[in-house]
Design a protein around this ligand. Structure first.
Ligand SMILES: *[C@@H]1O[C@H](CO)[C@@H](O)[C@H](O)[C@H]1NC(C)=O
Ligand SMILES: *[C@@H]1O[C@H](CO)[C@@H](O)[C@H](O)[C@H]1NC(C)=O
Ligand SMILES: *[C@@H]1O[C@H](CO)[C@@H](O)[C@H](O)[C@H]1NC(C)=O
Ligand SMILES: *[C@@H]1O[C@H](CO)[C@@H](O)[C@H](O)[C@H]1NC(C)=O
Ligand SMILES: *[C@@H]1O[C@H](CO)[C@@H](O)[C@H](O)[C@H]1NC(C)=O
Length: 637
């Protein structure tokens, strides 16, 4: 009941807006038939709001109208048909009839059948409409919509019939789809707008929108910084008709007394966030842009919006003012100015910023009313096609006057899904300033900021095999194996007298442990143990104890030495060493005296014989038997 009322109300507002002020412009491009002669000419077609239109380019192909499955609602794999063009021949443009299923399903089947583009022939005479994706929840399995990459075009019933007739007569129909004039490209700067919403709980459409903002951020910021583009974000709001002002619907969905409303995220007024929470956050995002733009840094909007969606999701109940304030502060933008801009949502007054947004919603000149969310407007024309980085970049590039495109547009393959921006004129490092608003460990220069082609991201790093976990903005912590190299593994350390004392062990399983001579938890503190006071050492009688940092000194009396190992005093020499010295001395003495004795003996012997021999020549030696060597006796005297 509530939901129905709610939707009905919005629908009424919607109709009011549409009927009374605005119009919805169908974005068209031209379709040129080059053959047969009877059909030659330029016709209008309407670009579908999915797939990838070839903005700035042309595509030439040959039309095929299938014999069966003519509305394209079944896949073309079970019928004997492949539209894959043969080498050297024209790509196939598959012509199907409108009706029986969603446009997107027809396009998906055509793409899988190998067609290069799909033409849908209207089933009644009318002005062309924009083929859009199905409303949320209308198809069970709509993952495929994101995968549609071929361009699509709706043609009139008349043109469709004439093409079919030519084909049935056996003629080849050649068509040139031309997107070169689909967007105006008057000068060297592209102005573009994104009509978006801060609501992150609306399913695939919201996910797709924020994923686009995240992936396009890098390119958007660089184009903006170099002055190639001027970007403005916009937010749609509705107003509550006077007679409903006091209704529950308006109270929960609107701010400023029913002036600015947004649908309830869960479509239930009794739970979760209300429509008015979404309006306030939308307002903050517009104000953020305004303040950042005034300080000459409009590109910060992309950071705010992506950071907010990461840090403050509805799912985690963080879609709040406090969380938003934190993001703003981390980006270094003046919070007070933003609060002034937001004003008081309860006041019964106009908010100039939201008033301007409502005025901008109504189409002017070449741009129709904005009624589809999200909507991208490039050079005042609504972009049609898939909201993806390569497709949008291609469209923006086609909005520059020829030869004034930035080099990012000229890089071959810039249309490839994962192409990087590698041009030197595109390089900037956002982490250099204020660390990109990311977490940082000041003492060791470890940061969660990384500059990527998607712009800067805040992600906890991996340093020296230590993985950090956290939100990347306000905290990151080393997880798993501790490393003493980072922050000393979270353990205590101190430098004293030129020496480092640390409680960190390279073996992380030990955790933090005070080094010997200290006591404590090893994390916050380790205290020097006073070994002397605690009587844990130097307990020998007459020992003198002195505490030092991390250790102690102990002196023994009477020339004894202190043995730290056994905490006792010992003599200068141990008994064993004294004994061994004595042994050496004895051996030395024995050897020396032995040698001397031998020497003496030899001398004695020599003296004895020699002298006796000489003396014996002059006198008889009575007391000893005369020994006279034979050879020394002189017989001739
Ligand atoms: C095509 O449709 C048939 C049944 O209609 C189905 O069995 C088959 O899986 C489909 N093929 C693809 C590629 O979707
Ligand atoms: C399918 O195509 C083959 C040749 O490509 C042809 O021989 C066959 O008859 C076709 N089948 C049908 C049912 O059309
Ligand atoms: C942003 O700033 C530029 C130049 O300072 C100005 O021309 C433009 O109108 C501003 N945009 C908004 C939405 O205030
Ligand atoms: C941190 O980075 C700054 C600037 O790059 C540098 O001057 C400083 O020495 C670095 N500090 C450490 C601990 O690496
Ligand atoms: C210390 O004590 C151990 C055993 O208690 C002993 O083996 C060692 O020789 C002693 N050391 C000294 C220097 O006395």
């Amino acid at each position: 009941m509530n939901i129905k009322l709610n939707l009905l109300l919005l629908y009424v507002l919607f109709l009011l807006l549409n009927c009374c002020f605005g119009r919805f412009l169908v974005e068209k491009n031209s379709l040129k038939i080059t053959s047969p002669k009877s059909l030659k000419g330029t016709y209008e077609c309407a670009i579908g709001n999915f797939g990838v239109p070839q903005y700035g380019g042309t595509l030439v192909g040959s039309v095929v109208y299938p014999n069966v499955n003519q509305n394209g609602c079944k896949n073309f794999t079970d019928v004997n048909a492949s539209f894959q063009s043969k080498p050297g021949s024209f790509p196939t443009f598959l012509l199907v009839d409108r009706g029986d299923c969603y446009f997107t399903l027809k396009a998906w089947n055509a793409q899988n059948g190998g067609a290069a583009a799909i033409l849908v022939a209207d089933d009644k005479e009318e002005t062309l409409i924009t083929m859009d994706t199905p409303e949320e929840g209308h198809v069970a399995n709509d993952d495929y919509i994101e995968k549609i990459s071929i361009p699509s075009a709706l043609i009139s019933k008349t043109l469709g019939d004439r093409i079919k007739e030519a084909l049935s007569n056996g003629e080849m129909v050649h068509i040139n789809l031309d997107w070169r004039e689909a967007l105006p490209h008057p000068d060297d700067r592209v102005e573009y707008e994104l009509w978006t919403n801060s609501n992150d709980e609306c399913g695939p459409k919201c996910d797709n929108q924020i994923n686009f903002v995240k992936s396009f951020k890098g390119a958007a910021q660089q184009l903006e910084k170099k002055g190639f583009t001027q970007f403005t974000p916009h937010y749609i709001t509705w107003f509550c008709p006077r007679e409903f002002l006091l209704s529950k619907q308006c109270k929960s969905q609107c701010i400023n007394h029913g002036r600015y409303c947004a649908p309830d995220p869960e479509q239930d007024f009794n739970k979760g966030y209300d429509g008015k929470d979404v309006v306030v956050q939308n307002l903050r995002q517009v104000c953020f842009f305004k303040v950042a733009n005034e300080s000459g840094r409009p590109w910060q909007w992309w950071d705010y919006v992506t950071d907010f969606s990461i840090r403050c999701p509805m799912k985690e109940k963080k879609y709040t003012e406090e969380c938003s304030d934190q993001v703003i502060k981390s980006l270094g933008v003046d919070l007070k100015k933003i609060k002034d801009c937001v004003g008081d949502p309860l006041a019964d007054v106009d908010n100039p910023v939201l008033k301007a947004e409502q005025d901008a919603q109504i189409g002017k000149e070449s741009r129709g009313d904005v009624t589809i969310l999200p909507t991208l407007v490039i050079n005042n024309r609504q972009y049609r096609g898939k909201l993806s980085r390569p497709a949008v970049l291609k469209a923006i590039c086609s909005g520059f006057q020829e030869t004034t495109e930035p080099s990012i547009c000229l890089t071959p393959g810039h249309h490839l899904a994962n192409s990087l921006i590698s041009n030197s004129d595109m390089e900037t490092n956002e982490c250099l300033e204020n660390n990109g608003g990311c977490w940082q460990e000041k003492s060791s220069n470890i940061t969660a900021c990384r500059d990527t082609f998607r712009g800067r991201v805040c992600e906890c790093p991996i340093v020296k095999n230590v993985k950090f976990v956290g939100d990347g903005y306000t905290h990151c912590e080393a997880s798993g194996a501790l490393s003493c190299e980072f922050n000393n593994g979270g353990c205590w350390k101190v430098s004293h007298g030129g020496r480092l004392y640390s409680a960190c062990h390279d073996d992380y399983r030990k955790g933090c442990e005070c080094p010997s001579g200290f006591k404590g938890d090893g994390v916050l503190s380790c205290e020097d143990i006073d070994e002397c006071k605690e009587k844990s050492a130097c307990q020998c009688p007459d020992c003198k104890c002195k505490n030092t940092f991390g250790s102690y000194e102990c002196k023994c009396n009477s020339g004894l030495l202190y043995s730290r190992e056994n905490d006792t005093c010992i003599g200068k020499y141990t008994s064993s060493s004294v004994a061994s010295i004595w042994m050496i001395i004895v051996v030395l003495v024995v050897t020396l005296s032995g040698g001397y004795a031998f020497y003496k003996y030899r001398i004695q012997r020599y003296m004895d014989t020699e002298i006796r021999a000489i003396m014996a020549q002059y006198m008889p030696l009575d007391n000893q038997p005369l020994i006279i060597p034979n050879n020394q006796v002189h017989h001739d005297i």
